[in-house]
Design a protein around this ligand. Structure first.
Ligand code: NAP
Ligand code: F7E
Length: 323
């Protein structure tokens, strides 16, 4: 019998890559899909898997819809990827972020407990929980200090996951994933904003690219590599928490350099720093230590930042060229 999985956030970047990975492994994949007026299925379409995912109407704020999705999918593995995931927006909509990104995860945990299905649970935790970093390299025992309503909400979801594991013996694992990107990344996130901007400037559709704090440093990996770690966590005998990262950190400035050089341009001539994009509290630097994931899951990243940015710029050159 094929295994069955339910992915919340299936229309997002990670949801699409994870759905493809599970389909390739022979799973029956269902996705909880929040109703929107615009098309949110473009990523599944782009990966050619739209028809292979059973989409079930539901919202993380509505526990009855999650219960129905658990029943309808018969899921043995539940990946909770849905969230209001854009950090900058979390200052504009802190309560919504708390409801969806924080309490929404608890709704999924509680729905699994109430249905008594024994499904394994994955929570999409984040390096944003480290925020104001307490150690130069962050791992599973580094203390947290979130810097945004998003980080605070994710911390609630993270500890709820640990708590359900300890209280009810649930197979609930938390992946503390550092930034991961791809051609399917939302346009509001900085790597995609840069790959799209470099492509538009190269093709003469735009002159400048306005960014915020280009001295911020991130540990950037490829989403396609990171979804494998999610799956591996749920295949372990025991649930646990794992940092997933590359172990290398780069400034936004140097990431711009890579993207613009790929199309023969100098970022210094096009990038304009605009205070409009600065955040009320910044996470200046993140650098993960994925040693535990390597030792216990046998996971390591395959794609470096140079390759990743070239892949993203090439995809945006094709998209912008088609417009
Ligand atoms: P994403 O592209 O923003 O996807 C978020 C998904 O959540 C979308 O499918 C969205 O649906 C869905 N969603 C939002 N509100 C919902 C609601 N009320 N009910 C049901 N679904 C809802 O995010 P991502 O980059 O794939 O990240 C996946 C998860 O990992 C998120 O939880 C994110 O916070 C976390 N994370 C991401 C990173 C990263 O670097 N990418 C790192 C660490 C953790 P619509 O498309 O309809 O809006
Ligand atoms: O910002 C700086 C910005 O929005 C990265 C989410 O997936 O990863 C993501 O959160 C850095 C920040 O990602 C612009 O200030 C400069 O320092 O791409 P981002 P994020 O905030 O790190 C974590 C791990 C998650 O969990 C989140 O869900 O880049 N930056 N100029 C800018 N950022 C944006 N978006 N736009 C700019 O113009």
């Amino acid at each position: 019998m094929a295994k069955s999985a339910l992915i919340t956030g299936v229309s997002g970047q990670d949801g699409a890559y994870l759905a493809r990975l599970l389909i390739d492994k022979g799973y029956r994949v269902s996705g909880l899909l929040a109703r929107r007026s615009s098309d949110t299925l473009w990523r599944l379409r782009e990966l050619g898997i739209l028809d292979a995912v059973a989409c079930i109407d539901g919202d993380l704020s509505d526990i009855s819809s999650i219960r129905r999705a658990l029943d309808a999918s018969g899921a043995e593995e539940v990946y909770n990827l849905a969230a209001q995931s854009f950090v900058a927006t979390s200052w504009q909509q802190p309560l919504l972020t708390a409801q969806i990104t924080g309490v929404g995860a608890l709704n999924v945990l509680e729905a699994i407990r109430l249905t008594d299905s024994g499904a394994r649970f994955y929570q999409a935790s984040t390096s944003e929980m480290f925020g104001l970093i307490q150690r130069e390299r962050q791992d599973e025992v580094t203390p947290f200090h979130p810097r945004s309503p998003y980080g605070v909400a994710k911390l609630f979801a993270h500890w709820s996951t640990v708590n359900y594991r300890e209280s009810f013996g649930m197979h609930a694992s938390s992946g503390i994933l550092f930034n991961h990107e791809s051609p399917l990344r939302g346009i509001e996130f900085v790597t995609r904003k840069v790959s799209d901007g470099a492509a538009r400037i190269k093709l003469g559709k735009q002159k400048e690219l306005r960014l915020g704090n280009i001295d911020a440093k991130r540990d950037w990996g490829f989403a396609g590599d990171y979804v494998e770690a999610m799956w591996l966590m749920l295949q372990q005998d025991k649930p646990d928490d794992y940092v997933i990262a590359t172990g290398t950190t780069t400034t936004v400035r140097d990431m711009c350099r890579i993207a613009f050089e790929h199309v023969g341009l100098r970022y210094e001539e096009h990038v304009v720093v605009d205070p409009k994009f600065f955040r009320p509290a910044e996470v200046e630097v993140l650098l993960g230590n994925p040693s535990k994931a390597k030792a216990k899951l046998g996971w390591q990243p395959k794609t470096g930042l140079n390759e990743l940015m070239r892949m993203m710029v090439d995809a945006d050159l094709r998209r912008v060229g088609r417009e």
